[in-house]
Every structure is written in C-alpha cells, then in structure tokens.
Design a protein around this ligand. Structure first.
Ligand code: PMV
Length: 373
C-alpha cells in the first residue's frame, strides 16, 4: 500500500531544509552482526559535532517524475557510484513508510566528503530527515513528532543508510546500544552530571588528505570478523565503554583522552589485520600522531587524537584550548583544519526555494572547498 504524500503543508515551490551534524566516535562502531539490518557488533559512544554538517533541501515533485539528486552542486544519476547509498536509502524509506512521491533533493556538506570525517552519518541522516519531512508535509521537529515520527524512529530509519548516522540525531554525547537483537537497538544521551548542558569539548579536525578512501567502511566492517584482533577487542569493550562513560560524567579529559587514543589505534589495528586489509593511515598521519604525543608530553599540546576510517586525525580538547591547539598544528604543519565543537543535533525548517536558499547552499559549498583555517 502506498500513501499519498501530504502536499497540503509543503507546496510545490516550498521546500523543507534539514541540517544534520556529523559525529565523532570516541568508542568506535566497527563490525556488524547483521549488515542488512545494520546491527553493530558492539555499543559505541560519540560526540555530536556542530560545524561539520550536511544541509539537505527536499521538495515534492509531481507524480510520474523521477527523483532529482544534487550533491555538493553536482546533479547525480541513480547509477552514479557516489550516489548509490542515497538512492538505496530513498528506496528503503519508500518501501518501509509507503510514500511514493518523487523528490527534488539538494545536499551540501560543510566539509570534504570521504576523507575520514563521517560524511555518511550527516549525509544519510539529513537525506532521511528531509525526505520524511517533505513526504509528510511536516516542517518542524514538533510537528514531525506530533505526526508519529519521533527522533528515535527517524534515527533508526537513518541507521539503515549509514549506521553511525543514528547517533547524529541527538546532541552532546550519545551511546548507541547494540541490544540483544536488531530490533532492540537503542540510543541514549549520556547525562551531564549537573544538567547544565554537555561538556564543552572541541574537535579540531586536521585535513591531511581529502582524497576518497580506497576501502569503504562497508567493506571494512564486513572484513573485521576475519581479524585475529577482533574477538579480543569485543571482549574488552564493556570495560572501555564504562571508562568512557565515567570520564564523560566526571569531565576528565586526560582520562578520556588516553582511552580514545587506544580505542582509535585498536580499530585501525583490526582494519589493518583483517582480510582484505584496510590501511587508512598515511605516513603523514603516523608522523602527526607521534607529534601529538611528543608535544603533549612536553605539556605544550592539551589534546588527544582519535581517527575514523580515514587518514585525518581529530584532536579532542577543551573548547577553550581549541584555537591554541589549531595554532600549534598550523605552525608545525600548515594543514587545513575545521575547528568544531560539541553540538545540539539536527534542525528542520521550511523554506521557500528562493535564490536565498540556493545561494546559502553555494556559500556552504564554498566553505567546504576553502577550509583555509
Ligand atoms: O556508519 P559507517 O558505516 O560509515 O561506519 C562508521 C565507522 C566509524 O566511523 C569508523 C566509527 C564510528 O563509530 O563512527
């Protein structure tokens, strides 16, 4: 059974605008128990970001037309490899939710894609939120929730497009619980001890390379089980998750920092020792990580690294120290950087498809292309 998209609230010329941030995992999601249902091998914990995000504009097209997808200013066809995940997600949402209206979708990142900044999390998250808002005609979170589309439901739907996307639907520090079955997965926000808002941490993202990665995270997730290091990793993770939760609750950066560095290196060790093997770090990455540890031991750099499936380190530090950290990196390496901070999660609003929105999107692309710090 298909449902007519409710075009009453979103007229043909009106668009919905969804902005979904990226997130950086402090305890990584690596390996899946069920890849179709995106059931992870382990719980993960992330920090939701703020500046690194995807803005996606969606508008209904008349029935009979085909979906139009534009990513970072380029129109992409359904058979374009770079858009396969997006078209697959639209097909999944249609089958699951029963909507059939075609959509015109424009998506822009504030950061380069496929370089170790989780563009799939914000990209698939924003696509899911924008498509559902356009089909249902709901142009704010309150109205979407009123129509039965809770944050948890949309996060679970986004998870099918990209596992890590589900964590981006909440602000602050988020734990994705694997549960005992694909259906019992859940998300929780790690409470702040005094309820005064999340811990003000920054993520200085160092862009060593923005080249597309050779092994996708989908391929590497599947290969993880073949690594001799994977079973010992899973056996020790409960303890690490507890330590990370405790460090966040106590706002103890030194404790958190030491754990996230071991965690990132362990995930990379699993990827490298799997069959097929994936080496995401470049020579420059290794040199940079050694530099971080050396400067920190000299008390000059109050920051700890983590890495996603890519060569670009994320330096976690207090928001207060972020500029100083970026200055030191700039002075010694000259790399481009994004100075990001803990964020509050996605936004959704209605907007006319005017020149204004179009030009704002162009500006976002310009920011992504010229990250000159
Ligand atoms: O959501 P995916 O399939 O792109 O996998 C993300 C995996 C990591 O970014 C490396 C870790 C994580 O938990 O985000």
């Amino acid at each position: 059974m298909t449902r007519e998209a409710q075009a009453s609230d979103v007229s043909e010329s009106e668009a919905v605008v969804a902005e979904v941030p990226s997130n950086i995992a402090l305890v990584k999601y690596w390996g899946k128990r069920d890849s179709l249902q995106q059931w992870p091998a382990n719980d993960s914990i992330s920090m939701t970001l703020s500046a690194a995000r995807t803005r996606t504009i969606a508008r209904l097209l008349p029935l009979g037309q085909v979906d139009q997808l534009t990513i970072n200013g380029h129109r992409v066809a359904a058979d374009d490899p770079s858009a396969q995940k997006a078209f697959k997600q639209l097909a999944y949402l249609r089958t699951t939710l029963g909507f059939d209206a075609p959509l015109a979708i424009q998506s822009s990142n504030t950061f380069p894609a496929d370089c170790g900044i989780a563009s799939s999390a914000s990209g698939l998250g924003a696509l899911t939120l924008a498509a559902i808002a356009a089909w249902t005609g709901q142009t704010s979170w309150d109205r979407l929730i009123g129509a039965g589309y809770t944050r948890e439901l949309i996060a679970a739907l986004a998870r099918r497009g990209s596992g890590s996307a589900c964590r981006s639907f909440f602000g602050g520090f988020v734990r994705w619980h694997a549960g005992h079955s694909p259906e019992t997965q859940s998300l929780s926000v790690l409470a702040s001890p005094d309820q005064s808002g999340p811990w003000e941490l920054s993520d200085v993202i160092v862009i060593i390379s923005d080249l597309r990665k050779a092994v996708t995270s989908t391929q590497a997730h599947a290969a993880a089980w073949s690594s001799p290091l994977f079973a010992p990793r899973l056996a020790g993770l409960d303890q690490r998750l507890k330590q990370v939760e405790a460090a966040i609750a106590a706002r103890n950066l030194q404790l958190l920092g030491d754990i996230i560095e071991s965690e990132a290196l362990e995930m990379h060790a699993v990827a490298m020792s799997a069959e097929p093997s994936a080496v995401y770090m470049s020579r420059e990455t290794s040199e940079f990580l050694a530099w971080v540890r050396a400067r920190r031991s000299e008390q000059r750099l109050p920051a700890w690294f983590t890495l996603d499936a890519g060569p670009n380190p994320h330096l976690i530090c207090t928001a207060e120290d972020a500029q100083r950290v970026a200055d030191l990196v700039h002075q010694d390496f000259g790399y481009r950087m994004i100075i990001d901070t803990v964020g509050t999660g996605p936004t959704l609003f209605a907007a006319q498809m005017t020149a204004n929105i179009q030009s704002e999107n162009r500006q976002m692309r310009a920011v992504a292309e010229d990250l000159s710090w």
